[in-house]
Structures are given as structure tokens and as C-alpha cells.
Design a protein around this ligand. Structure first.
Ligand SMILES: C[S@@+](CC[C@H](N)C(=O)[O-])C[C@H]1O[C@@H](n2cnc3c(N)ncnc32)[C@H](O)[C@@H]1O
Length: 361
């Protein structure tokens, strides 16, 4: 058992089985042993790699998206440029460099980072030193005003409840202890959290449903802010437009799948994002566009042209990496289809770039 498994087992012995959401919150954010609290998880020597770490093209295109959204908002100054879960700060750094093509946007933007990890905050401080960011523990601390929000691979890191459909209703999967090991057990009766599934399709016996209350409340708060102050938000993540009845909770360590319960605090834990829940949460307050696939989103913003520009300037040695990054980001067999982009905008704003043909409601 890891120190965190022992601490979770003690908690279970005192209060009984805990939800997967509580387990995930401990595994990712426990102040001492949480996965994000003490290490840089990115890159070949880490556990996973994200789009902005694959290529500068990703952040640059997101930066152009932000600059164009700012123009569509009517060039407000100042504007809060907010990133949720900024990782190493690479996306924001590339975005701000690309956005220099609209210098007034760079002058108007005040950078706000919502980040819980002290280690990643230190890295962001180095990467973004020229832009004097302000850090916040959560969105509610970001000052009021017009805003543009970016969230790449943020929503997948938020804790989910998981349920399995039994003949007589949904039963929550809980974490308990058996012979000194953390194991899953189905709740014997409907738990209070089963109310989260109210109004959903009944599903077939054996179907799994995952619900992320934190994602729903952040999407609601973003859309409310956009309605009050003007602006837009862009969420990019792996996930589904409609629930499929399959479990998606996973642990990843050193680029390989790992047992979800085995070593909490030492492996990344994520669940695919339920884009329908995000849409439903935002729709009462904002115009919602997408999700569109990451491949379509990046193509529409000009990834082919940007890759060709980089290829022209590259040495023969550098070219294969650029080709491979372009493929990884947009190929349907890689990140192109599983990853999706969703936008919320103020209702008075025209459709944002890359979503002009996406359904809006
Ligand atoms: C998978 S990383 C993605 C990083 C970056 N967006 C990228 O694409 O490279 C998740 C990020 O979200 C942060 N994070 C996780 N849970 C969070 C929470 N509840 N509030 C704020 N940040 C969180 C992590 O520390 C990390 O910076």
C-alpha cells in the first residue's frame, strides 16, 4: 500500500465505503500525497503528454482563436484571459506569442491561472514570467469583467461518481477495503448521489454512467459569468458527445494503463468528459457550440498552413517531428476524433472561429 492508500483505508474504516469521486479527489489533490501536488507529470519521463506539449502549433492556434474572439467581443480592455489547469504554462505561452499578431489584444489581456498544484504553479511562473499572471485556487476568485477562458485537459481531471445499472435502478460503485487492498463494491441500495442521474435515460442492465458534479458546476459558473460580463470559453478534452453506457475512468502511469485503485497518488486518474452535461449546464446562460472534433477544430484554424510554414523553415532533422506532431493532433486514429472542442459564448456574439458551422443552442 502507498501512504495514501493507507490513509484512504483508515478513512474507510472510520466512515465506511467512499465514492469514486472522493477517492479521485484524494488521489489527485491530497495536500501531501496527491498526484498533482508533488510532481511534474508531463513528457517522456513523466506519465502522459498533452497537445500543447506535443507541438507549439496547438497553443498558437488556440491563441489565434482567443484573439479573434476578443475582436468579436468588441475589443474590451481590460479582458481577463483565464486558463483552467495550465500544466507547465506551455499552451498559454504559445497562445500569447501567436496573439501578438493583434498587439492590442496582448495589451488588453490580463492573465489568470486557475491551478491547484504548487509544483506546476512554480513551472508556470518561470514559463510565463513576462506576462505577470495571477494564480487562483478556483474560478470564483478570478476578478469580474469580460473574460476568455481556455481549458485543455482540465475537465477530465475532475472527480466523477460512477454508477452501474442493476435491474431495479442505478447502484453507485464505491471504494472499500478487502484483505488490505482497496477494491470496488456496488452500493447495496441507491445512494444519495444517485439523484445526480435523475432525468437520464434508464440504460440497460450492466450499463455504466459517470457523473462529474465539479465539471457541471464549473461549466455553469463559466456560462453565468459570460452572460454577466461578456466573453467566451473553450474546453478541449477527450470525451463523448453522448453517453455510451461504458466506463471511462482510467489510471495512467509512465504512459501505460494502470490499476485505478492500486497506487493512488502515483498514477494520473481521469474520466472521459461528458460534453452533453457541459452543454446542458451552460445552455441556460450562454450560446453553446459543438462539440466538434479536435481534428476539425485545428484544421479550421489552419493547422495545415502552420505546419507547412514550420516545415519550410525546418532542417531535415526537424521535419519528421513536425509531421508527426501534426498527425498526432488531427489524425482520427490518434487525438483527432476522441478529443473534442466545445465553446460557450455570450449570446450577442457571432459564432466563434472553427464553430461557424457547428450547431448552436
Ligand atoms: C492534464 S493536466 C493539463 C495541463 C495543460 N492544460 C495541458 O494541456 O498541458 C491537468 C491540469 O489541471 C490542473 N488541475 C487538476 N485539478 C484541478 C483543479 N481541481 N483545479 C485547478 N487545477 C486543476 C493540474 O494541476 C494540471 O495543471
Amino acid at each position: 500500500m502507498t501512504p495514501l492508500s493507507r490513509s484512504i483505508a483508515r478513512r474507510i474504516s472510520l466512515q465506511g465505503p467512499i465514492s469514486i469521486a472522493d477517492f479521485m479527489a484524494e488521489a489527485l489533490s491530497h495536500p501531501q500525497h496527491g498526484y498533482y501536488m508533488g510532481k511534474d507529470p508531463f513528457g517522456r519521463t513523466g506519465d502522459f503528454i498533452t497537445a500543447p506539449e506535443i507541438s507549439q502549433m496547438f497553443g498558437e492556434l488556440v491563441g489565434l482563436w482567443c484573439a479573434e474572439v476578443w475582436r468579436l467581443m468588441g475589443n474590451p480592455a481590460p479582458v481577463n484571459l483565464v486558463e483552467l489547469g495550465p500544466g507547465r504554462g506551455t499552451l498559454m505561452q504559445d497562445a500569447l506569442r501567436a496573439a501578438r499578431m493583434l498587439p492590442a489584444f496582448g495589451d488588453a489581456a490580463s492573465v489568470h491561472l486557475v491551478e491547484t498544484s504548487p509544483v506546476l504553479r512554480d513551472m508556470q511562473a518561470l514559463t510565463l514570467a513576462d506576462h505577470q499572471p495571477t494564480w487562483h485556487d478556483d474560478l470564483s476568485h478570478v476578478p469580474d469583467g469580460p473574460l476568455i477562458v481556455i481549458a485543455n485537459e482540465f475537465f477530465d481531471a475532475l472527480p466523477v461518481h460512477q454508477f452501474v445499472r442493476a435491474a431495479d435502478g442505478w447502484r453507485e460503485n464505491l471504494v472499500t477495503v478487502d484483505a488490505d487492498r482497496l477494491v470496488l463494491t456496488a452500493a447495496p441500495a441507491a445512494s444519495a448521489a444517485a439523484a445526480l442521474l435523475a432525468g437520464r435515460e434508464p440504460g440497460g442492465v450492466g450499463d455504466v454512467a459517470e457523473v462529474c458534479p465539479a465539471a457541471i458546476s464549473i461549466a455553469t459558473a463559466l456560462a453565468e459569468r459570460i452572460a454577466r460580463h461578456g466573453g467566451a470559453a473553450l474546453a478541449i478534452d477527450y470525451g463523448y458527445a453522448e453517453p455510451t453506457g461504458a466506463a471511462t475512468l482510467q489510471a495512467v502511469r509512465q504512459h501505460h494503463r494502470h490499476d485505478v485503485l492500486a497506487d493512488p497518488g502515483t498514477a494520473d486518474l481521469t474520466a472521459h468528459v461528458n460534453f452533453r452535461d457541459l452543454r446542458d449546464a451552460a445552455r441556460p446562460f450562454a450560446a453553446v457550440y459543438g462539440p466538434v472534433t479536435q481534428g476539425a477544430f485545428l484544421r479550421s484554424l489552419g493547422i495545415e498552413m502552420r505546419a507547412n510554414q514550420l516545415l519550410q523553415r525546418a532542417t531535415a532533422d526537424q521535419r519528421p517531428a513536425i509531421e508527426s506532431a501534426r498527425r498526432r493532433l488531427i489524425d482520427p486514429a490518434e487525438m483527432g476524433t476522441l478529443f473534442k472542442a466545445l465553446a460557450f459564448c455570450h449570446r450577442d456574439m457571432p459564432a466563434p472561429p472553427a464553430f461557424e458551422t457547428a450547431a448552436n443552442d
